[in-house]
Design a protein around this ligand. Structure first.
Ligand SMILES: CC(C)(COP(=O)(O)OP(=O)(O)OC[C@H]1O[C@@H](n2cnc3c(N)ncnc32)[C@H](O)[C@@H]1OP(=O)(O)O)[C@@H](O)C(=O)NCCC(=O)NCCS
Length: 97
C-alpha cells in the first residue's frame, strides 16, 4: 500500500509505503510509487517528499534507487530525533530514475 497526499504548495507527500515481505524486491514498491506520482501530478504536484527513520537502511536504499535526494535532518522529529528526508522532482520516470 501507499498513502499520501498533495500539499497546497504542490508537494506529493508519501506518508506510508509498504509491500508484503514475500513480495519485496519484485518491483512492487517502484510500481506503487509510479502510481502515486501519476495521481499526485494530476492533482498539481511538482515534487515528491517522504521521510523515514535513519535506522531504516532498506527504505533509504529504496528511495535512492527511485532517484530521491536523501538528507539526514537533525531534530526533525523533535530534539535528538533525526530523520532521513527524501526529495525528488516530478515526473517520476520509473525506468530511468
Ligand atoms: C521499502 C519497501 C516499500 C520497498 O518495496 P519493494 O517492493 O521491495 O521495492 P522494489 O522491489 O520496487 O525495489 C525498487 C528498488 O529499490 C531497491 N530496494 C528495495 N528495497 C531495498 C533494500 N532493502 N535494500 C537495498 N535496495 C532495496 C531495489 O533493489 C530496487 O532497485 P533497482 O530497481 O534499482 O534494482 C519494502 O521493503 C517495505 O515494505 N519495507 C517495510 C516498510 C518500510 O520501511 N517502508 C518505508 C518507510 S514508511
Amino acid at each position: 500500500y501507499i498513502f499520501g497526499f498533495v500539499t497546497p504548495d504542490g508537494t506529493g507527500y508519501v506518508h506510508l509505503i509498504a509491500t508484503r515481505d514475500d513480495a519485496r524486491g519484485t518491483g512492487l514498491g517502484r510500481r506503487l510509487y509510479a502510481a502515486f506520482a501519476e495521481a499526485a501530478q494530476a492533482h498539481g504536484a511538482r515534487q515528491l517528499k517522504a521521510i523515514t527513520s535513519i535506522e531504516n537502511t532498506g527504505s533509504i536504499a529504496f528511495h535512492r534507487s527511485l532517484g530521491f535526494d536523501t538528507k539526514v535532518v537533525d531534530d526533525y522529529n523533535g530534539p535528538g530525533q533525526a530523520m532521513a528526508v527524501f526529495h525528488r522532482d516530478l515526473p517520476l520516470n520509473v525506468s530511468q530514475p
